[in-house]
Design a binder for this molecule. Structure first.
Ligand SMILES: Nc1nc2c(ncn2[C@@H]2O[C@H](COP(=O)(O)OP(=O)(O)OP(=O)(O)O)[C@@H](O)[C@H]2O)c(=O)[nH]1
Ligand SMILES: [Mg+2]
Length: 330
């Protein structure tokens, strides 16, 4: 039995109803930009759900987009990403900068879901209008970065935050996604977890603009630094540009230097037109949606629907690429 194919486009065909007054999107944006938290939360929710209000909201936000720099943080579970993000928030707030935070898939077995929220509360940042934190699950995209995160970036950018910090657990796909979505990519490892080795192996080095060895207060931090520097040195082109920093998110060591490094890279990134950065994120959304559509189309056709193409591939009449093109053409 095959499923009806109209399900494939159900999401876009029937968006969930808006929870905001769609006639008053301009008013919502005015309130967002005045820092009204409820307005920011409402806008995020509409964009996250891709509700019926999302297109109008996005269009009305356009003149306000492109200001925020997006810094992505990835690395193995427990490396200290949330703690580090929290330390960076504190540093940037002291400088008077406003910070939006998106924690994707924070539900790793090590931290549980609420840890970032807990930490923020601990530093009293929750009472601070200059910080806005949103957590979201990575919803079905195995280890990947939820496309909703990209839309939330727009909401936070539109609300006028200077910087958006995006935390995601390094699980393979997600660091590739972070590379596509963030303007600056920070790869975090920590000593004593074998992470330095894993980081090298998993291709995280290739996407990093900054490498951080966190838990610098722990034994083995220096050794982890040396291992990373060694791994970077055999990639000559990378070693020329990727700083490796040691931090202790717990006691604050190295945080100021990390923020300065982000600023240097940020100045470079800001020199390119904002539209280029925003286009990169849109390209990611399109690529993800295309992959999802093809997967849904194959699934909707039923297991055996590919058999004629499979037979052609088996007999050498078609290459797998040609068969895939046929699937794409519908
Ligand atoms: N000693 C030491 N411990 C740290 C440091 N930074 C974080 N930790 C601890 O490491 C543990 C994990 O920290 P998190 O910030 O939750 O790590 P994470 O990378 O966000 O973890 P996931 O979100 O689960 O992937 C916590 O117990 C932190 O207190 C540090 O600089 N030094
Ligand atoms: Mg975390």
């Amino acid at each position: 039995m095959t499923k009806p194919t109209q399900n494939i486009t159900a999401d876009t065909a029937r968006p969930p109803p808006a929870r905001i007054d769609t006639a008053n999107v301009a008013d919502l944006i005015t309130r967002m930009r005045a820092g009204e938290r409820r307005a920011i939360a409402a806008a995020i929710t509409e964009l996250e759900r891709l509700s019926a209000a999302a297109p109008a909201l996005l269009q009305a936000l356009q003149p306000h987009l492109g200001h925020a720099l997006v810094v992505g943080f990835t690395g193995p579970p427990g490396a200290g990403k949330s703690t580090l993000v929290n330390a960076i928030i504190a540093n940037m707030r002291q400088q008077g900068r406003t910070v939006g935070v998106i924690a994707v898939d924070p539900s790793s077995p090590i931290s549980g879901g609420a840890i970032l929220g807990d930490r923020i509360r601990m530093t009293a940042a929750l009472d601070d209008d200059g910080v806005f934190v949103r957590s979201l699950a990575s919803r079905g995209h195995l280890g990947g970065l939820s496309p909703a995160a990209v839309r939330i970036i727009d909401a936070l950018d539109g609300a006028g935050f200077d910087i958006v910090l995006l935390e995601t657990v390094g699980t393979g796909q997600s660091e590739i996604d972070v590379a596509e979505v963030a303007d600056i990519r920070v790869v975090i490892s920590a000593p004593g977890m074998g992470d330095d080795i894993r980081t090298v192996k998993s291709g995280l080095l290739e996407i990093a603009d900054v490498m951080v060895v966190n838990k610098g207060d722990r034994p083995g931090a220096e050794q982890a630094m040396q291992q990373l520097l060694g791994a970077l040195s055999i990639r000559a082109t990378i070693s020329e540009k990727v700083p490796v920093l040691k931090t202790s998110a717990l006691n604050g060591d190295g945080i100021a230097e990390l923020v300065k490094t982000l600023d240097v890279i940020g100045a470079r990134v800001s020199a390119e037109p904002a539209i280029a950065r925003r286009r990169r994120r849109a390209r990611y959304l399109i690529a993800r949606a295309a992959a999802d559509l093809v997967a849904a189309r194959i699934k909707a056709g039923g297991k055996s629907s590919l058999d004629p193409l499979a037979d052609s591939v088996l007999s050498g009449i078609m290459t797998p690429d040609q068969a895939a093109t046929r699937v794409l053409e519908g």
